[in-house]
Design a protein around this ligand. Sequence first.
Ligand code: ATP
Ligand code: MG
Length: 307
Amino acid sequence: MPNFKLKISGLTKRYGDFVALAPTDLEVAEGEFLTLLGPSGSGKTTLLSLIAGLAVPDGGQLLINGKDVTYGAPYERDIGMVFQNYALFPHMTIAENIAFPLKMRRVDAATARRQALEALEMVRLPHVAARFPKELSGGQQQRIALARCLVYKPSIILMDEPLGALDKKLRDHMQLEIKRIHRELGTTIVYVTHDQEEAMTMSDRICLMNGGKIEQLGTPSDLYFRPRTLFVADFLGESNLFEGTVTQVRGDHVEVALAQGGAVAHAVTNAPVAAGARCGSWCGRRTSPWPTASPLPMRSAAKCWTA
Ligand SMILES: Nc1ncnc2c1ncn2[C@@H]1O[C@H](COP(=O)(O)OP(=O)(O)OP(=O)(O)O)[C@@H](O)[C@H]1O
Ligand SMILES: [Mg+2]
């Protein structure tokens, strides 16, 4: 049996009549980097808050390390969290900020200080231990927030848009740092972003959410090359979308006559389709329109779904 760190079955959250998270199943493997991706309001933070124990579900079950923690307190969950607003304590030095979670766990002062300095090494800022938060840049403060989470070695780290407040260059750098730390520590990470490029570069798997539901769950290349729905195809990558009719089916390979211009697309389909079905076909990373009379090359017309 695979070693699941986190197992969610039928987990649901409502606010009055509004369903913020429809009954959802999700399994996250030990050491996996899973990203919740989706547009604003799709339920990413809701799902993360339920995992963290910051919100109470209206139904379903949540297991961490095989233990039912559906209604357990946050501190029973062995979870660390990093948010977009990293709120360090302004009156404490960086070393004191990082040692704080250890102090709360009654670790003795000398051990706490040593471990805080180790966590600072981990985020490559060993020289700022004696400074105060206001003496650091935004990116450095975000790394301190990460160190404060790493210091007590939680076995799952939840991150909600942790790089949202940083400029592009710093964000790219921090993405690499987080991936390096993930590799070195083997921690299970559930990461929230609405930035598709960030999700594609960082994740083992992406859970694409839409309207409080999982639209598709898979590796970045699954979602990119074999989207199950138009929403997924449209959300990931620059895409040109064409409508057409399936003319031939060979296994998961189909030929599509496009509605416009009589061109033919060769595509791979995830859902079973029959000849005659209407479908949409997608051609990746083309900015200029296709010359509609010529056939689309195989590699570019990589996918197809029933419309
Ligand atoms: N406390 C609340 N009361 C009522 N509705 C809420 C509450 N919290 C969230 N919602 C609603 O639930 C839906 C999902 O919200 P959620 O915060 O999970 O979205 P999100 O995917 O994290 O979006 P964003 O990318 O903007 O952070 C939204 O429509 C939101 O308005
Ligand atoms: Mg959110």
